[in-house]
Design a protein around this ligand. Sequence first.
Ligand code: 13P
Length: 244
Amino acid sequence: MPKIVAANWKMNLRRGSASALAGRLARDGRACWLFPAFPHLDAVGAAIKGSQCKLGAQDVSPELDGAFTGDVSAEMLADLGCGMVLVGHSERRQGYGEDAARLLAKLRRAAQAGLAPLFCVGETLARRKAGKAEDTVREQLALLSKLAAVERGRLCAVAYEPVWAIGTGVNATAAEIAPMHALVRAELDKLGLAKQPILYGGSVKPENAAELLALAEVNGLLVGGGSLEYDSLAAIDDAAKSAS
Ligand code: 13P
């Protein structure tokens, strides 16, 4: 299976720089999954049209339509040509208090609009120090069992992103990642999601990409800071190609 490189651009770049970066990746025949900020989705979508890159959004409303100021609905994203959406990113869980009920509603809404959710899980440093990292991830994944099988089947991937490794420059070690990816794989198997890739995220950079991609059940990478410049993202993508 080809290894996946997904770029979460978070609240970075501008319309011009996002579309220029996307266009260069597309022209180079790269098959990256790109998650730009909402205002850049249209321009990035145009820049990658007809290429192997895919477009995703960073968030989605749990509501269908209506008086929800600031929200963007799944239907709007689908209408724009988005195929995927991040759900459960720790920056949403923690920064915006998104609980399981809200995430479940988002997953349902996304799946019903034909979007493929990329579901993110991962423990905080406190949970890891308390010996609860596995329990946390297992609990987070249990949410998927509440979806109808057809909704669940729309998932494009699960990303394991330990919260303490995000944006810190400290990536998790092989000894931490491998057992967690094995756990995620076992849980996904139980849910009938044997084909869904499992991505690792958290301080991925060109220097550690090959080592991370060599680990069992690391089917790809979800990259934040390391995806904002062409040379860095291209180097990570090259590592993914070599590992595939
Ligand atoms: P960094 O690669 O900047 O640590 O971010 C990871 C992430 O949150 C991707 O979703």
